[in-house]
Design a protein. Sequence first.
Length: 275
Amino acid sequence: MVVKYKMIALDMDGTLLNDKKEVSQENKIAIKKASELGVKIVVCTGRIFTSARFYASLIGTAAPIVASNGAYIREKDENRIIYKKAINKEILPKLISVIESFGLTLHLYTNQRIYTKELVNLALNYVRWNEVVSEGEKVEVKVVKDFEDVINSEEILKVALVCDDIELLNKLRSKISKEFDVSIVSSNLNNIEIMAQGISKGNAVKILADYFGYKREEVICVGDSENDISMIEYAGLGVAMGNGIDYVKSIADYITDTNERDGVAKVINKFILNE
């Protein structure tokens, strides 16, 4: 079989994963068939690398993993880092100060750890995750009193926070956009994720396409949220999930079914397996 598309980049939450954070059997079967045809299956997520690697193992992908919205690209089973770009250390103290002045708790992400001053929302989710996965799949969550030592000793790939007051969140986002040279995206209505300037899933997918020697016309990208827009725009075939936000659907070349109805499998079956 002649395969038109050589690589497919899949967002995780709301795309590859159903609402129970599981990979459906239908998705697994379709991914396995595509992989057997030589198609590179790339997990492309805002999550920390350790979490992304767990799901990549479930679907058996051997391709590199894009984590932290493109700030970190690494081989799944090797220590070889393909790409990494941390936030400038010089701007982090002021950025943290601005976020905390809004009364919000933030989280600092490295490639394998999350630092926070309080176990809430994002950090708490990973603590719960650690209770149900094996030792090698746990995400290290560290509660600290101050971020100064962390900034000095670690490369921070992402700053993330959750706020249910959407108006306040939008005010903060606007202020950060005006005052800092960073990239900001959202993976949910009530969060923002801040990376180094130029970081995006779209840039990461381009890096991998170049790495493997593929043209953009040979790449499919599938997602549902704002942080997926850049890769959907880059792709030869940009696909929005049926449960995706309206803007993602408006820019996509194709809209598949929802994450609860095996939308990823249906994309693979239609455009790669020709079923």
